[in-house]
Ligand binder design. Structure first.
Ligand SMILES: CC(C)(COP(=O)(O)OP(=O)(O)OC[C@H]1O[C@@H](n2cnc3c(N)ncnc32)[C@H](O)[C@@H]1OP(=O)(O)O)[C@@H](O)C(=O)NCCC(=O)NCCS
Length: 193
C-alpha cells in the first residue's frame, strides 16, 4: 500500500513537530465569528470515526465516483485498535445538526503515514472541510511520531490534486497505468510534517 521510494527521515534529520498552523494558513481563512460565519466556514468539528458512523461514511464514499470503495469490513478494521496496521479515521460533522459531511483515513507506519482516503459529500464540498480534516489528522499523526505523509492519487483527479497541493504535498513520482476502470496513472505525493 505504501508508495515506496520514500526516505525514512525528515530531510532536516530532526524529528518534526507538525505545523498545523502552517497547514491551516494554507486553507481558506474563517472570518471573525462575531460577524457570523460564511458558507465556507460553517461550524464544523472533527472527531474520531466510530462504528455508528459507518452507514453514513459508506453512503458518502458510494456517492463519489473518485472515492475508493472500501467494504464495511475494511472500515471496521480501520477502527480496531488491535489491528496489525494502525489507522486514524476522522469524520467532520456539522455542529448544528451532527450530520457527518466527510471523513479521512490514514495508516501509520512511523516515521511515515499514508493518507488512504479523504472524501467530502458533494453538497459540502469547497467549504474547507477536507482541509480541516487533514489539519486535524496531521496533528494526530505528528503526535504518533509521523514526520512524512505519502499518498497516491489518480492523475486526473483535479479536486484531490488541488487539495493536496494546497496542503503542501509535492509530487514525488508516478506509477504508469496504475489504476483500472478507467486505466490511469497514479501520482505519488509526499508532505513533510
Ligand atoms: C477532494 C475532496 C476531498 C476535497 O474536499 P473539499 O472539502 O471540497 O476541499 P476543501 O474545501 O477543503 O478545499 C481545499 C482546497 O482544495 C482545492 N480544491 C478542492 N476542490 C477542488 C476542485 N473541485 N477543483 C480544484 N481544486 C479544488 C482548492 O485549492 C481548495 O481551496 P479553495 O477552495 O480555497 O480554492 C472532495 O472533492 C472529494 O471528496 N472528492 C471525491 C473523493 C476523492 O477524490 N478523494 C480523494 C482521493 S481518496
Amino acid at each position: 500500500m505504501s508508495s515506496g521510494n520514500i526516505p525514512e527521515k525528515h530531510p532536516s534529520g530532526a524529528k518534526a513537530s507538525v505545523d498545523s498552523a502552517a497547514i491551516a494558513a494554507r486553507l481558506k481563512p474563517c472570518p471573525d465569528t462575531r460577524q457570523g460565519q460564511s458558507a465556507s466556514c460553517q461550524a464544523v468539528r472533527i472527531r474520531r470515526m466510530t462504528p455508528a458512523d459507518l452507514d453514513r461514511v459508506m453512503e458518502i464514499a458510494e456517492s463519489l465516483k473518485e472515492a475508493p470503495q472500501w467494504p464495511r469490513n475494511a472500515y471496521r478494521a480501520a477502527l480496531d485498535p488491535e489491528a496489525k496496521l494502525r489507522r486514524i479515521a476522522l469524520v467532520v460533522e456539522e455542529v448544528a445538526t451532527g450530520a457527518v459531511a466527510g471523513f479521512a483515513v490514514a495508516n501509520l507506519m512511523p516515521p511515515e503515514a499514508e493518507l488512504e482516503i479523504v472524501a467530502v459529500d458533494s453538497e459540502a464540498q469547497r467549504r474547507g472541510a477536507a482541509g480541516r480534516l487533514f489539519a486535524a489528522l496531521a496533528t494526530e499523526l505528528s503526535t504518533a511520531g509521523v514526520v512524512g505523509v505519502i499518498l497516491e492519487v489518480r492523475a486526473h483527479n483535479q479536486p484531490a490534486l488541488g487539495l493536496y497541493r494546497k496542503l503542501g504535498f509535492a509530487e514525488t513520482g508516478r506509477r504508469m497505468r496504475y489504476y483500472d476502470d478507467p486505466v490511469e496513472d497514479a501520482v505519488l505525493m509526499r508532505l513533510w510534517l
